[in-house]
Design a protein around this ligand. Sequence first.
Ligand SMILES: [Zn+2]
Length: 298
Amino acid sequence: MVDTLHVGDVRVRRIEEWQGNFLPPSVFFVGFDDADFRRVAGPLTPQYYDAAADSLYAFLQTWVLEVDGLTVVWDTGAGNAKERPGIPIFGNLDTPFLERFADAGFRLEEVDLVICSHLHIDHVGWNTRLEQGRWVPTFPNARYLLPAIDRDYWDPRGPGPRPTESGAFVNSGTFEDSVQPLLDAGVAELVGHGCQVSKSLSLQSVPGHTPGHLAMNLRSRGEEAVFVGDVLHHPLQVHYPHWNSPYCEDQAQARVTRRRILEEAAERDALVVPAHFGGVHCCRVRRSGETFTPVLEA
Ligand SMILES: [Zn+2]
């Protein structure tokens, strides 16, 4: 298990929230083909696919970067004690995430920035925690950078456009307990494509999974990583970029964006750091003609 990555001068720690079986690939992937799956499943078993259960093996994890004098948290998982009728497996969790955060050597108070790739249920959870019956910011001194377009989209009182019906159900309760409290506390900053977070960190628009989805590019001493959130859920989508998750709000745009990100990562030999990968939790991408292959090594 890789718990620390180094990208140039930057140390990146992985802090795990949850791991387990999620769904059979034939159920999860829109565009799934069984023969294509069998062709590449071998090396993905068992770290990314539990064959006995016929289930994708998935993680919720947060990445903490020490970069340019800042402590930056990228994506905040599902959180504890949240009502989640849309995805019950992520509801009412009681994980030792905060203890693990402390064990990794970080204090909540020292986090400067929290950045959410998008405003889905499993990426904003630890934005807040319950204190005396109220949802309050978990990281008391942090500014929270949130995708502006997703705020307009997921805020039930926002200007829209509105989520799909299934998307709204999956995400029910999320905005109210994990985003609105940040807006109320005045600690949220709404950002978008081209945001230069610091000398080494920038954000780019990667729409499709959600309309405001952002990826984070890290460059340090000639090395590159791209934190892609849910542009990729699973290494199978490196082999088959046209396989979407059922949670991609704009299915056609999600496919276009995924292919672009894979092309760029292969071209630049960037380390790709998705939100939910098992195994070594990141990959590089090799391209041969129109075919991509994940290199699943740290
Ligand atoms: Zn996700």
